[in-house]
Design a protein around this ligand. Structure first.
Ligand SMILES: *[C@@H]1O[C@H](CO)[C@@H](O)[C@H](O)[C@H]1NC(C)=O
Ligand SMILES: *[C@@H]1O[C@H](CO)[C@@H](O)[C@H](O)[C@H]1NC(C)=O
Ligand SMILES: *[C@@H]1O[C@H](CO)[C@@H](O)[C@H](O)[C@H]1NC(C)=O
Ligand SMILES: *[C@@H]1O[C@H](CO)[C@@H](O)[C@H](O)[C@H]1NC(C)=O
Ligand SMILES: *[C@@H]1O[C@H](CO)[C@@H](O)[C@H](O)[C@H]1NC(C)=O
Length: 791
């Protein structure tokens, strides 16, 4: 039928149309023209309405962009009034938005209403919903405040709702799905808050969604059903953390300045209509999709201020229509694509603060991008849990998963064997059994060949500690309240320390070590095995570990080491250093020194391979609730190797087993450091390295003079109560420890023997002096008795 459409039929249609147009031109109903004049008065006679008077023919007046009145059969269907200033000043106090809307609803056939920049103020009255034919409502740049009245939801023909640049403050109503025809929703620059209702995802006709400059937060609801969505502007809110789920017809996507911190999904590179892509000023991580540069429609690309990674090549192609490309402040490496270098047709290209080879815009060292890229690894496991992942990522998940299982199995295997050996050790029988157990537990041949070490290892019990185990990332996050800054304890060369509380309530300290090179979990199993052996009453012992790996290549991004938490501060804080209130007694000082010495003895003799050169300072010794001293920073092979690797040396291995031949006095550097701690305990203050020699000479001299001279140089807090014999013994061993020639320094066993002797003398004297009220000036009995066994 349509094919045989007769010309006369067409003519007929044209005639009808003309007659309709003609009837539109007819004069407006008097009530409506009265209402228009009321509106003019209520708006305080704005300049834009200066032509209006009682004799104005409203319907046949020329329409301008600032003033349009369209009539149909004597009633107004469209009213556009746009104030002349960008943002008019507030209408006077006498203005009543209620009266104003009352005048408006005299036009029940109104389909288009635009009232922009007129200084209208007040809450939007609910009766505006009486304009039931309304299809387009634009009330931008006024001073409307409060909530959007729920009655608005009855406007079932509404296609465009624009309330930009007002002062609306409320949640976005969840009755939005009652506007099935809505195509444009623009609420820019208001104070809307809360999170977005899921009903937004039902507005299947939505073409433009603009919520910029509000106080929205939280996730963006799933918008993937909005097949017509072309413009999504969410900038300057607090949306996040995940990239929104969207249809593929987007033309403009603006997520600038929010709290997004996920990866950019691969789908984005299939948005073939995309012209504007602005995700700047967020915390997006993961690879930057190079295909974005060559999308067929792209003209504006801004990814600045994120943590996107990836390698740029000079042969990458890009869309020649690109007007602006801003890659600055990311973690990109490589060289800028040639197509961007040639600065054709006034294109803006920014790429500062990456690690690119170009130097004309500020760049970081490439190590910066590498380290930072690793630091953002924490997000990847979340992605694994919450997101549909692409094939490539999925396969790497599987690989990592397999490796993880291997690692866990290895660990379980190790721990089971360890558990067995422990159980056997507990048998109160002979030395032979404990040695066999040690052999069975798979210690190295070096250890097997030296039974003394084995028995020693077994004897130094790791008293009262829970068994070593692997922790999950969730446990670590929970324990540290997701690395809450309030839990941050400090940062050293060996990573950051956080205080944590495990689910069972026990306090722990968690060290977080970031990897600067790529290693698999397997590479670390040997070290984990070692760390699990660093458990001793006088060491801050490791309770377990946790690996966090990257999804893409399953390499380790961070290791968390869980240590026991030692609550009573450092040994340094307990020597007087000028203030006497909180200071250890002489007996407690000797006990602490003995603890440190026992810790060192364990590090030297209780472990294979031994840990020498631990660089122990008085600030590295912590006291627990019973004033038991624990060494907190010892030369963990894992950590010292990572530190080494960090400085460019990629040998992941610890000292060669022949260290005893090659480094004759390696154990003596710890003795020296211990001597310095003793010196500090005696003198009651911390000592600068360059002063050690002088003070040693002073001590030396005082040993050979008299009791009084000795007491005059020691910490006044202990000078009066320490027994001279005890003090002298400690001074003597101290002087020997800080000897210049390492071979003159005593062995740790020698040190321990002397300290325990000093403790016993002091103890016996104290008991004596309490029972006999002795003045303690001379005591001789305990000298005969041998010191207690130091094992
Ligand atoms: C109304 O305005 C027109 C011009 O816009 C003017 O010619 C006419 O005189 C005015 N009528 C009255 C009554 O003010
Ligand atoms: C609302 O109306 C004003 C004035 O006509 C116009 O400049 C603005 O673009 C409109 N808003 C939208 C989102 O179309
Ligand atoms: C949102 O704004 C309203 C009005 O200012 C306020 O009462 C409400 O507490 C805000 N809600 C949130 C979650 O900030
Ligand atoms: C990219 O975004 C940042 C931050 O939002 C802005 O400062 C910068 O001017 C933008 N770059 C371009 C080329 O528009
Ligand atoms: C671009 O260069 C990279 C490295 O130089 C190379 O791997 C890649 O195949 C090249 N691509 C094209 C399309 O030439």
């Amino acid at each position: 039928m349509a094919k045989t459409f007769h010309p006369s039929a067409l003519l007929f249609l044209v005639t009808i149309t003309l007659s309709i147009l003609n009837s539109e031109q007819q004069r407006i109903q008097p009530t409506q023209s009265k209402a228009l004049l009321t509106i003019q008065r209520l708006l305080n006679f704005p300049a834009v309405l200066s032509s209006w008077n009682s004799s104005t023919d409203f319907c046949s007046s020329d329409s301008k962009s600032s003033l349009t009145v369209v009539c149909y059969e004597g009633t107004i269907t469209q009213l556009n009034i746009v104030g002349e200033q960008v943002r008019a000043s507030l209408l006077p106090k006498t203005f009543s938005v209620d009266s104003f809307v009352t005048a408006l609803v005299k036009f029940p056939t109104l389909k288009v209403l635009t009232l922009v920049s007129l200084g209208i103020w007040g809450p939007l009255p609910a009766k505006i919903a009486r304009l039931s034919s309304l299809e387009i409502l634009n009330l931008s740049s006024n001073f409307l405040y409060g909530a959007v009245p729920p009655e608005l939801s009855s406007l079932s023909h509404l296609q465009t709702l624009i309330l930009d640049d007002n002062m609306f403050a409320s949640h976005l109503p969840d009755w939005l799905d009652s506007f099935p025809a809505l195509t444009v929703l623009s609420l820019k620059t208001n104070s809307f808050n809360g999170s977005l209702p899921d009903s937004l995802g039902q507005l299947e006709n939505l073409r433009v969604l603009s919520l910029s400059h509000n106080q929205f937060h939280g996730p963006v609801p799933d918008l993937s059903r909005l097949a017509n969505l072309e413009v999504l502007e969410l900038d300057d809110n607090a949306f996040g953390p995940d990239f929104p789920k969207l249809g593929s017809k987007l033309v403009s996507l603006v997520l600038r300045n929010n709290k997004f911190r996920s990866n950019i999904p691969d789908e984005v590179s299939s948005y073939y209509q995309l012209e504007r892509f602005d995700i700047s000023s967020n915390s997006f991580v993961g690879p930057f999709q190079l295909q974005l540069l060559s999308l067929p429609s792209i003209t504006y690309l801004n990814i600045s201020g994120n943590r996107l990674t990836g390698m740029l090549y000079d042969n990458i192609s890009c869309n020649s229509e690109l007007q602006a490309v801003d890659l600055s402040s990311n973690l990109l490496v490589g060289s800028l694509p040639k197509c961007l270098v040639s600065n054709s047709n006034g294109r803006t290209v920014r790429y500062a603060r990456n690690c690119l080879e170009e130097t004309d815009q500020d760049q970081h060292e490439s190590s910066f991008c590498h380290t930072e890229a690793i630091a953002v690894g924490i997000l990847l496991p979340e992605r694994k849990r919450h997101r549909r992942v692409s094939k490539a990522i999925l396969s790497s998940v599987i690989v990592c998963g397999i490796l993880g299982v291997v690692a866990v199995l290895a660990l379980i295997f190790f721990m089971v064997r360890r558990g067995n050996s422990k159980r056997k050790v507990k048998n109160p029988t002979t030395k032979l059994i404990s040695e066999n157990a040690a052999v069975a537990s798979g210690y190295t041949t070096k250890l097997q060949s030296d039974a003394r070490y084995v028995s020693q290892t077994m004897k130094f019990g790791s008293v009262g500690l829970p068994p070593y185990r692997a922790y999950s990332l969730e446990e670590i996050e929970l324990a540290t309240n997701n690395f809450d800054s309030a839990r941050f304890m400090g940062e050293g060369s060996q990573g950051q320390m956080y205080r944590g509380q495990l689910r069972d309530g026990s306090l722990v300290a968690i060290r977080c070590v970031k990897m600067t090179k790529s290693f698999s979990t397997q590479d670390f199993m040997h070290y984990i095995e070692l760390i699990s052996k660093y458990r001793h009453l006088h060491l801050v012992s490791a309770l377990g570990h946790c690996f966090e790996c990257y999804l893409d290549d399953s390499s380790v991004s961070r290791i968390f080491l869980v240590f026991e938490y030692v609550p009573n501060g450092t040994l340094k804080s307990w020597i007087s250093d000028g203030h006497y209130r909180k200071s250890l007694s002489w007996t407690q000082r000797i006990a602490a020194a003995i603890g440190v010495a026992k810790g060192i003895e364990f590090l030297h003799a209780g472990l294979v391979p031994a840990a020498f050169s631990n660089n122990i300072k008085i600030t590295d010794v912590l006291l627990d609730q019973n004033f038991v001293a624990k060494i907190s920073s010892y030369n963990l092979p894992l950590l010292s190797n990572i530190v080494k690797i960090g400085s460019g040396n990629l040998s992941i291995g610890f000292r060669s087993p022949s260290f005893k031949q090659s480094l004759k006095h390696e154990d003596k550097s710890d003795i020296y450091d211990f001597g310095v701690i003793l010196l500090e305990l005696i003198l009651g203050r911390t000592i600068k390295p360059r002063n050690v020699d002088t003070l040693k000479d002073l001590l030396q001299a005082s040993i050979t003079t008299n009791d009084e001279a000795r007491r005059s140089i020691v910490d006044p807090a202990i000078g009066k109560v320490c027994l001279d014999e005890s003090l002298k013994t400690v001074m003597e061993v101290c002087v020997r420890c800080v000897a210049k020639d390492p071979s003159e320094r005593p062995s740790i066993e020698d040190v321990l023997w002397n300290l325990q002797f000093a403790a016993q003398v002091q103890d016996a004297w104290r008991v004596d002096s309490q029972s006999q009220s002795s003045d303690g000036s001379s005591i001789s009995t305990p000298l005969a008795s041998p010191p207690m066994n130091f094992h």
